[in-house]
Design a protein around this ligand. Structure first.
Ligand SMILES: [Mg+2]
Length: 338
């Protein structure tokens, strides 16, 4: 796949002008861009050593998606730990930004460390944490009906927000037998994240709570599916969010990528969007998020967006287009050592 990918990728600007070369012909054009490689879908492997150096000097903060960029399931993607640790060695601030809501920050940090990444819990921005941070920030004091997992539940608990709903719900033989007495009047928000125990009673409860227009509707993310490690498709949280949106006839406030809530959150850390790089494996979340926030963007091909997808994106010139691309994150190390 990677060999085919290499053939597909050429600097978009050169592609348009018809003067592609490894080098100098590209450079004056690229220099005119405000961002170094703005939406150019530029294969960094085609860059000159000077361009690579200039690129590495063009950002101070690195935000990286996790699944599909750093690891798949419980396996690090070869070269990713070394690349992230190299950014840190260069003095870049690192944040791991994941739409995955199944773990608390400290568990993500432990996983990252076990896979070879230098990582601290405060560098993890997971959607479970963002949901808790958001509700705490608006002074939410009621209960949450949670269609999700313990990752969100534990983050809510950590900020003192009561919740229930995690785990299997009983599917009764007569599925219409639910009554108003089954509903908790203290619920003031429905939160939807990844829930492997999703069921019809959960949809009924979520929609019934949301029939009250004062009840908040918050979702972690809308990813369609998990990055593939085999031929089995694992539906993502977006599947659940869309279902609850449909039966409640409401739209969720989505806090994960591509929503720019993370940027607002990071502004308290003095984040400079123009000097921030977002690394991701999917265009419609990671790259869209980076573009919306004014970050530079790097797409890697180890996750959801395939070489075929990228070819279509390049040909159609349909946004969001990444600034630069690499077959895998670890390839950046080969460029810096040459
Ligand atoms: Mg991903």
């Amino acid at each position: 796949m990677l060999r085919r990918f290499d053939k597909l990728l050429k600097c978009n600007l050169c592609y348009i002008s018809g003067i592609h070369s490894r080098s100098k012909a590209c450079k004056p054009v690229l220099k005119n861009c405000k961002k170094m490689f703005k939406s150019a879908v530029f294969n960094l492997q085609e860059a000159t050593p000077d361009q690579v150096k200039e690129f590495l000097n063009s950002f101070d903060t690195v935000l990286s998606d996790c699944d599909g960029v750093l690891w798949i399931n419980n396996n690090a993607i070869p070269g990713s730990p070394e690349a992230m640790n190299y950014f840190r060695k260069l003095g870049k601030r690192i944040f791991y930004v994941t739409n995955n809501s199944t773990k608390i920050r400290s568990d993500f940090a432990v996983k990252a460390q076990e896979l070879g990444f230098i990582a601290e819990p405060e560098e993890i921005l997971s959607t479970a944490y963002l949901v808790a941070h958001y509700l705490k920030g608006i002074g939410f004091t009621k209960k949450v009906y949670l269609v999700g997992s313990n990752g969100i539940g534990d983050e809510l608990k950590a900020v003192g927000i009561r919740h229930f709903g995690v785990g299997p719900d009983q599917v009764k033989p007569d599925f219409k037998s639910m009554s108003p007495s089954d509903m908790d009047p203290e619920v003031g928000a429905v939160v939807v994240g990844f829930d492997e125990h999703i069921s019809y009673p959960k949809f009924m409860k979520a929609a019934s709570y949301l029939a009250n227009e004062d009840c908040l509707f918050v979702a972690t993310n809308t990813d369609e599916r998990f990055p593939k490690s085999s031929s089995i498709i694992i539906p993502g949280t977006g599947t659940l969010v869309r279902a609850v949106e449909t039966c409640s006839e409401r739209k969720a406030l989505v806090l994960g990528k591509p929503n720019d809530y993370v940027r607002k959150f990071l502004e308290s850390f003095g984040l400079d969007p123009a000097r921030t790089l977002m690394i991701g494996d999917r265009c419609n979340t990671d790259i869209e998020f980076g573009v919306r926030c004014g970050f530079q963007t790097l797409l890697v091909m180890t996750g959801v967006t395939s070489a075929k997808d990228l070819e279509k994106i390049r040909n159609d010139k349909t946004p969001p287009l990444p600034d630069v691309v690499l077959p895998k994150l670890g390839d950046i190390l080969n460029l810096t050592s040459s």
